[in-house]
Design a protein around this ligand. Structure first.
Ligand code: AMP
Length: 463
């Protein structure tokens, strides 16, 4: 008993130190919200889109933005707010808690970054904004956006994530950071080391909140949030959120506003969803034919395991030069370099595990290819959301084998996908062709080398 007390006291004192509670004895501990709040369902969510109500999108110049922030936004090339930005801006500025769902690629990063930058008091050399994301790549992308927007405002942002020197991260934080973007694991490490204090955080954002609230991250997130003892607002952003996670999210929000711009569909509407039912042994041939027949800007080819990425890369590099691969087995430097090359269009093809599946913004990706059927609907949406960004048309192409069929049925139902079959539709047991295409194709892509019945005509006009 005595030992237990002793350990618990030590732990509390560590927590107090890293969270700055010692200096704020009067601050009440953040309470997990009671169950009655948790059980509010979908029906209670408000779907707001001010742009739709007034029939046009607001220009940034119409907002009451400080001139240096407006200048930075204009320099990036943003003129009007996207729907998610329009729907969330005043809520965030008002200091309210928020749970916002919007399609991937809809401008969520800037929706959070623009008001967040405005809220920073640069005369205080402390962390005031905390953004938690699930992957290192998202960390870098977020910081990139904040830097662009906050450049003229003197706001210092910084990303901390695993696989990178703690000493360098520590030095930077000690030098002063206003907005910290972090993956949960490294953030907790640095909190334990006493490098990071969250005692001045006034705005916490969970980006890709649905993933952060899943088992695996949840314990870390609860710990981090329990260390923010002073008054703050909490923002959750996600592209998908099932009911369980949605209920769970109530635990972390105080009297929140709900914004859902997802409407009926879960998978992005700007994407055409093609499926190819085949024997696993034919994937390589079919992929080669598909790539040759399609008009591809950039494509990401997703596999469900690292060794599959490695093998496919070895095979494909024989025919393609502007190609790279990425998975968690690569060093952080290598991953960052490949992302940069892909983003700047030096690469045409990227073979990847799901490290590239969430939230990352690759504006020029025209095609997402699923070498393996994703594990679930949310993963399918995140992967395919890499194409069709900001209103551009995208195309998803997924290989399906016999063993995938139960999962596929579920995917089509839950994600409300209208599948287009290249060759046989195994769910109907009939051969279907893509009939909506009318203009002559560039080249025929056949579902099988022998049978003409699988030929699909690819027509740019449908993009
Ligand atoms: P995100 O959903 O945050 O990954 O953003 C997708 C893309 O939209 C990024 O390339 C952003 O630079 C771009 N973007 C964000 N906000 C705007 C805006 N208001 N106008 C034009 N592009 C934007």
């Amino acid at each position: 008993m005595f030992m237990a007390l002793d350990i618990s006291t030590t732990l509390k004192s560590i927590l107090n130190r890293i969270s700055g509670k010692e200096a704020r004895h009067h601050t009440p501990e953040k309470k997990i919200r009671p169950v009655e709040k948790r059980n509010r369902g979908e029906a209670e969510r408000k779907s707001k889109n001010p742009a739709e109500e007034k029939g046009r999108h607001t220009k940034f110049s119409e907002l009451d933005l400080p001139s240096h922030i407006l200048a930075s936004i204009e320099k990036v090339g943003y003129e009007k707010l996207t729907p998610i930005q329009e729907a969330t801006y005043s809520i965030i500025m008002a200091g309210r808690d928020l749970c916002a769902l919007a399609e991937t690629g809809s401008g969520k990063t800037a929706a959070c970054s623009i008001p967040l930058v405005q809220k920073i008091n640069i005369s205080k050399n402390t962390i005031q904004g905390l953004v938690i994301v699930p992957t290192r790549e998202l960390c870098l992308q977020y910081v990139d956006e904040i830097e662009k927007i906050g450049a003229g405002a003197g706001v210092v942002s910084f990303a901390v994530f695993g696989g990178f020197s703690k000493e360098i991260q520590t030095a930077k934080i000690n030098h002063g950071v206003h907005i910290l973007v972090a993956t949960p694991g490294r953030l907790i490490d640095l909190m334990y080391d006493g490098v990071i204090s969250l005692s001045n955080v006034t705005c916490v954002t969970l980006d890709e909140a649905d993933e952060l609230l899943q088992e695996g991250f949840l314990e870390d997130i609860e710990f981090i949030l329990s260390c923010i003892l002073n008054e703050h607002q909490t923002l959750l952003f996600a592209a998908t959120m099932d009911d369980d996670i949605s209920k769970l999210s109530h635990n972390y929000l105080h009297d929140p506003e709900y914004i859902s711009l997802i409407r009926e569909r879960v998978a992005p509407v700007s994407i055409e969803h093609y499926f190819n039912y085949l024997h696993p042994g034919r994937k390589e041939t079919e992929l080669a034919q598909y790539l040759a027949a399609e008009d591809i800007n950039q494509a990401i080819i997703f596999c469900n395991a690292r060794h599959k990425v490695d093998k496919l890369f070895r095979d494909m590099r024989k025919k393609h030069t502007a190609i790279e691969y990425i998975h968690a087995g690569l060093s952080q430097n290598k991953r960052s370099s490949i992302f940069r090359q892909f983003k700047t269009k030096k690469l045409r093809y990227l073979i990847a595990t799901d490290v590239a599946g969430r939230g990352l913004d690759f504006t020029n990706v025209s095609h997402v290819i699923n070498w393996d059927l994703p594990f679930d609907g949310a993963q399918y949406t995140h992967r395919t959301g890499r194409s069709g960004r900001m209103g551009k048309k995208g195309r998803a192409f997924t290989f399906v084998t016999r063993h995938d069929l139960p999962k596929l049925r579920e995917l089509i139902r839950t994600q409300k996908i209208t599948p287009r079959w290249v060759g046989k539709d195994p769910l109907k047991g009939t051969k279907t062709l893509s009939k909506e295409k009318t203009t002559p194709k560039k080249r025929a892509y056949r579902h099988s080398g022998k049978k003409k019945a699988g030929t699909i005509h690819r027509d740019k006009s449908t993009r």
